[in-house]
Design a protein around this ligand. Structure first.
Ligand SMILES: Cc1cc2nc3c(=O)[nH]c(=O)nc-3n(C[C@H](O)[C@H](O)[C@H](O)COP(=O)(O)O)c2cc1C
Ligand code: SF4
Length: 368
């Protein structure tokens, strides 16, 4: 299927999407120490909703209390979040946006108190950048992780989120199972792609059991992990996407890359200086989109209406999501709708991370 306009309405399961633009999950570093909402964090979301994006995915929320990958993350690890998030989702709906919760188990990709907590991984392989060596998960740990995802999905539905997204990308735990560099297992969760994908399938099935067949359950996964011969091949990504489709995924957001010293392999690529560098996972993402019926959302370097409309018209990719551009300019969707076609404010400098909160460096300078 191809679609003609970024601003047309579409239907995704029970959701109506007022346009094809999504806010991709963006950790704001503004929740309180226990992962609860703060007025500052709510304001970020209100500005996004007012800015015209159709569907917002929250920053990654930690699904197990002892496992918080970064400070200021939102939590979804127990039922205490349900009533507070109900107020939040009501507000998003009042402002005309859909809101989806992203749930995540971080793993070894962390420098947030790694010495003081249990950190699981597929195998006890030191993270090449963070130098954290996780505890290799046994069967019991795997069952506990799957249940944590299922409970997080249940809570998201009870709190009025329009859907739940499983974070299966960017080197966090679930994506580590897919990447042979991290997954050295010889049991049924390691080796062949059928085995490496098993835990993700089991997470999806467990979430589905909690939320029922209609509720939107999405995943963010790699179109390519850019790990070369120690990574996931494009054919394997197609295999995983098809397996997720068979098991009832609602939509797949395709990202890619991994954290390394080489900026060209990052999921969040810097210096998007021309149209050629935009929408940088479009090639492998289009290949996956062609192999599945479920909608695909493309993330990474989406910057201009012309490039996105060209992708929309020439590939089966149906939706586009944004992190940095909306961090810098939450009202960009409204501006695009009104005909704005200049460069977005974000210059892809990758300076969005602050010690106290993640905001655009251009706003940080204004505050100083
Ligand atoms: C400050 C910041 C926080 C991010 N937090 C998350 C997150 O919580 N979950 C996630 O899946 N991706 C996260 N990402 C990655 C983005 O969702 C997105 O995949 C990436 O930035 C590329 O898209 P962009 O070019 O639109 O920024 C984050 C990116 C930035 C810049
Ligand atoms: S800090 Fe840089 S990359 Fe981040 S939103 Fe601002 S301009 Fe974009």
């Amino acid at each position: 299927m191809t679609a003609s306009s970024l601003f047309e309405t579409s239907i995704l399961g029970p959701m109506t999407l007022k346009n094809r633009l999504w806010r991709s999950a963006t950790w704001e570093n503004m929740a309180d120490d226990a992962g609860h909402m703060t007025p500052e964090l709510l304001e970020i979301y209100e500005n996004l909703a007012r800015g015209g994006v159709g569907t917002i995915i929250t920053g990654y929320a930690y699904i197990r209390k002892e496992e918080q990958a970064n400070p200021g993350m939102m939590g979804i690890y127990d039922d205490s979040f349900i009533s507070e998030y109900k107020t939040f989702t009501d507000r998003m709906h009042e402002l005309g946006a859909n809101i989806i919760l992203q749930g995540c188990y971080g793993g070894s990709q962390t420098n947030f108190k790694p010495e003081s907590r249990l950190i699981w991984g597929p195998s006890a392989v030191e993270h090449p950048i963070f130098k954290v060596t996780p505890t290799s998960m046994n069967q019991e740990d795997i069952a506990a992780l799957i249940d944590s995802y299922a409970q997080a999905g249940r809570r998201a539905k009870a709190a009025g989120f329009d859907g739940f997204q499983i974070h299966g990308a960017h080197g966090y735990l679930l994506s580590q199972f897919l990447t042979p560099y991290f997954n050295r297992r010889s049991d049924e969760y390691g080796g062949s792609i059928e085995n490496r994908a098993r835990i993700i399938y089991e997470v999806l099935e467990a979430v589905r059991k909690e939320v029922g067949p209609e509720y939107p359950v999405l995943i963010k996964m790699h179109s390519t992990d850019e790990w070369g011969d120690q990574g996931l091949t494009p054919e394997e990504s197609v295999f995983v996407a098809k397996g997720l489709e068979t098991r009832g995924i609602t939509a797949i957001e395709l990202s890619g890359g991994h954290l390394s010293k080489d900026p060209s392999t990052l999921p969040i690529k810097p210096k998007i200086i021309n149209e050629r560098k935009q929408s940088y996972f479009r090639g492998p993402a289009a290949m996956i989109a062609a192999a599945v019926e479920v909608p695909v959302i493309l993330v990474g370097g989406n910057r201009s209406v012309a490039v996105m409309e060209e992708i929309l018209g020439s590939t089966p990719i149906q939706y586009f999501s944004f992190a940095r551009t909306l961090l810098s300019e939450p009202d960009l969707p409204n501006k695009w709708k009104q005909g704005f076609r200049d460069r977005p404010r974000c210059v892809s400098c990758n300076q969005c991370w602050g010690e106290d909160k993640n905001i655009c460096i251009l706003d940080r300078k204004k505050e100083a």
